[in-house]
Structure formats: structure tokens, C-alpha cells
Write a protein that binds this ligand. Sequence first.
Ligand SMILES: [Zn+2]
Length: 171
Amino acid sequence: MAKPLDIVIYPSPILEKVSEEVKFPLDNSTTTLITDMWATLAEKGIGLAAPQVGVNKQICIIHLIADARPKGKKDLNFVMINPKIVFESQVENLMVEGCLSFRRFFYEIWRPANISVEFFNEKGKKRTLKAKEWLARVIQHEIGHLQGNLFIKMGGKKIKKDDLKGREVID
Ligand SMILES: [Zn+2]
């Protein structure tokens, strides 16, 4: 049975380490980790990286609910293993980011608006994905976790939870 894991909260040193590459085929502990990560993310957020549950492996999961996507699209759930951003647009956009490992504040951050990312799925198949808007933002935030590059260190403007005033947040 999948079990929700405890979320590692900043300033745990685990959050600032570079995660290790995952080898294929996945071993049992990695498969279990991914299942438990899904149980952990359920209803809580739109992305989770393995270091946030205390494991420095290059794995992150993305869950975009249909409401946050263009009309007619379904929920989008996928696992990214050993992801690498292979293209970043010169054009950047400004969004407010939150994080399950930082519950009391948010940051307004500029990042590339469009990206391409290469990653492996759970079967070890290589995938390339072009992403924009929300999806591009979530992917960049999660890959940051795998490199120990936390969103709080990107020179953005800090915003307290009470000061969000209904702004859209990537959390
Ligand atoms: Zn985060």
C-alpha cells in the first residue's frame, strides 16, 4: 500500500544537495518511493521532488489538475526521472511560487516562459516535452529541487502568505 511520506521542511540540508541519477530498470525501493510520492502529493500540490521526502534521487512528479489547464484538457500526471532542461526561451515571465517545503511564504520569480525538457519515464523510455506557462514553471521549480537550487535563492521578491490577496500561485 502506498503511504504518504513526511515532507522535509527548509532548512534541512537534504534540500540543498545535488540528487543522484537513477539507474534502470528501477529497483523496488525506487518504485515504492514513486508510489509513496504520489500518495504524498495527493491534494497537496502540483509538484513534488524526491529530496522533499528525504531521498536525493533525480525523480520528480507533476500533477496538474484539469482546472488549471486549457479547456477540454484532463488532469495531467507524470513522473520525470533524470530530467534535463535542454531549451529555455529568452522570454521570461513573472509568477508567484510556493513550495511544500516552505509553508509560510512565497516568492515572485522571473523564469524562462517556454522550455524543453528531456527525461526518462518509469520504464526507462526517454521523453522530450515542450512546456509553457504553468507547466513550464512547475517543471523548472521541481528540477531546481533535484539540483539543490531552491526557488528562494533566485533573487525573487518574498511575499508573505497573508499578502497574496488571491493571486495565482504555483504551489
Ligand atoms: Zn518546491
